[in-house]
Design a protein around this ligand. Structure first.
Ligand SMILES: [Zn+2]
Length: 273
């Protein structure tokens, strides 16, 4: 939820093996996340162009190594069976430069960065119902590749996410977005608690993950209120917990976690400037 405060799964084995291949392809494509002098890979070039045009980048097409109902074939190659049905969904991470229209009420003049510094990302994720869906995440271009690594790992883990939508769909109301258990990034707003400082969300450098399962704790109270049952931080689906693989996906990519703050914000991960 907030930005600046004092710093404080179930896995399918067969899937992981195949997904690891996908991740390798993905990492190979995106290159390192490093300095501006190493714009390797399509994602890097997309995030560094600064154009307002659509510059989609897509992870490499992935050909699954296994097929459903693999009957040992004794027929000749001339049989030419139809293409096998993929059983491993592809992780999608498509990046384009944001426009003011994309950002709607989440951005206005006077915000600390402009739309040209932000990226709109189409990202695939697993739902709590076990489906793969595509969400929309708005992030600072400077952290897009690191976020890609984190979300690719979450996908590999089948870490469940309720939804990922542009916060503008909730009138940029953080309380409404949290109540909807919406995972989101950019929102040009101040830190809570009456502060006059910009949240790291206002820079697109923070992401709130499953806010109900990972509530922000203010004076012992969960925000959103529906997050109250999750103040007890047992490792359950959709939770970021210390030592858990989902949190590790973020920390390995360079994010720090609000769950370590003295007043914990379990949903919040960030890469400050
Ligand atoms: Zn946050």
């Amino acid at each position: 939820m907030t930005g600046l405060r004092a710093a404080g799964p179930t896995v399918s084995r067969g899937y992981v093996a195949a997904a690891a291949v996908a991740l390798v392809a993905l990492v190979a494509l995106s290159g390192c996340d490093g300095g501006p002098t190493v714009p390797s890979g399509a994602a890097a070039s997309a995030s560094s162009t600064g154009t307002t045009g659509s510059v989609p980048t897509r992870t490499a097409p992935f050909t699954p190594p296994t097929t459903i109902g693999s009957t040992p074939s004794t027929t000749s190659a001339a049989t030419a069976a139809p293409s096998p049905t993929p059983i491993v969904p592809t992780f999608v991470w498509e990046v384009r430069t944001a426009t003011a229209a994309d950002l709607g009420s989440s951005w206005h003049r006077g915000c600390p960065i402009g739309p040209e510094s932000l990226r709109v990302v189409a990202v695939s994720y697993w739902t709590f119902e076990g489906r793969v869906e595509t969400g929309e995440l708005v992030l600072n271009a400077a952290i897009a590749e690191r976020a890609q690594r984190a979300f690719a790992r979450l996908f590999e883990l089948r870490f469940p996410i309720r939804r990922i939508r542009n916060v503008a769909e909730y009138a940029s109301d953080d309380s409404a977005s949290m109540a909807a258990d919406n995972t989101s990034g950019f929102n040009c707003r101040l830190i809570g608690n009456g502060s006059r400082s910009w949240s790291n969300h206002a820079y697109g450098r923070a992401i709130d993950v499953n806010p109900v399962e990972n509530p922000d704790v203010l004076r012992g109270t969960a925000l959103p209120p529906a997050g109250a049952p999750y103040l007890h931080r047992a490792d359950r689906p959709g939770l970021l917990v210390s030592g858990g693989p989902a949190l590790a996906a973020f920390t390995a990519a360079g994010f720090s976690w609000g769950g370590r703050w003295s007043s914990p914000d379990y949903q919040h991960v960030e890469i400050p400037r």
